[in-house]
Design a protein around this ligand. Structure first.
Ligand code: ADP
Ligand code: MG
Length: 286
């Protein structure tokens, strides 16, 4: 590899919004076998909105008050929804986020749980709503269950749409001969529905934040060179472990710092573009 051609390649990349941290990352990107992509904020726009709520007003007030303490995009969607309904939220007396499951709070002397099946199971809450839950999930929505004092009170479903160019970008990656895998903490059914919309046939769902890097290593251990694409704090260790870590420019600073390259504006078409520029650069060198 001549330093000049690498410089030309990184310069050309930068012009299109692909910011490599150094020439060695551009070189490494030409020989990838698989691309693992985070779901929320990477494949989807990361701006979830509440679409359905099955509980009563008191439950909404408790659940929105509880979510006020969370920084999760799901929480922001719920608080925005309650605010639109002129709901007055109150401060929690206690709050705890449970990674990969949801939240637990004490509001006005009541124990409030908001999260997935696992959260309810672990707190012994009986949920009699499997059909509703599965129907939301089959639509690609994330449905969160709500319990007050260990009694199930309803669910709140949130939808996040995939980016306009997601399907085209993934098609291009497939055309380049790459495997594309979606990785998410969300449940299997929702993950499959979103993956289908984006044209992705491999899904790793229900991954805990601390497991993401290990999943990347699993694929590397199959003797594959792996790119990881992500935007969240959760994604940072996986971005660091990957052969090429690709951060979404609209994502967190932590992800951008951990990655080898950043794509501006979160435009997914810049991923196949980066690979194309890298391959062209290496081809000219050899
Ligand atoms: P991801 O960032 O990939 O969506 P997370 O690990 O952050 O995954 O969350 C996994 C699941 O945990 C969510 O799909 C949701 O069911 C539940 N969860 C996480 N945070 C919250 C929250 N603030 N309120 C309710 N549920 C939550
Ligand atoms: Mg994300």
């Amino acid at each position: 590899a001549t330093p000049t051609s690498i410089m030309v390649g990184t310069g050309k990349s930068a012009e299109t919004g692909i910011l490599f941290k150094g020439g060695e990352h551009l070189e490494r990107t030409h020989q990838l076998d698989a691309v693992i992509m985070d779901k929320t904020g990477t494949i989807t726009k990361g701006k979830p909105e509440v679409t359905d709520f099955t509980g009563d007003t008191d439950t909404l007030q408790l659940l929105a008050s509880a979510e006020k303490g969370s920084e999760h995009p799901l929480a922001e969607a719920i608080v925005a929804y309650a605010t639109e309904q002129d709901m007055k939220m109150v401060d929690a007396d206690a709050f705890e986020a449970i990674p990969g499951q949801g939240i637990k709070a004490t509001i006005a002397g009541k124990d409030v749980l908001v999260g997935n099946r696992k959260l309810m199971d672990e707190h012994g809450v009986q949920v009699d709503a499997a059909a509703d839950l599965e129907s939301y999930e089959s639509d690609g929505k994330t449905a969160m269950l709500v319990a007050v004092n260990s009694e199930y009170q309803g669910m709140i479903a949130v939808a996040d749409t995939i980016k306009e160019t997601a399907g085209e970008a993934i098609q291009k990656l497939h055309d380049q001969g790459l495997e594309v895998v979606m990785m998410t903490g969300d449940n299997e059914r929702t993950a499959q529905a979103i993956a289908r919309q984006a044209g992705i046939d491999q899904v790793i769902a229900e991954v805990l934040p601390e497991e993401k890097a290990d999943k990347v290593k699993d694929v590397q251990n199959q003797d594959k060179k792996v790119a990881m694409v992500g935007d969240g704090i959760n994604d940072a260790p996986a971005l660091a472990v990957a052969d090429t870590g690709i951060a979404i420019g609209t994502g967190t600073e932590v992800a951008i710092e951990a990655a080898d390259v950043t794509i501006l504006g979160g435009e997914l078409l810049l991923i196949p573009k980066a690979i194309q520029i890298s391959q062209a650069t290496i081809r000219n060198i050899r």
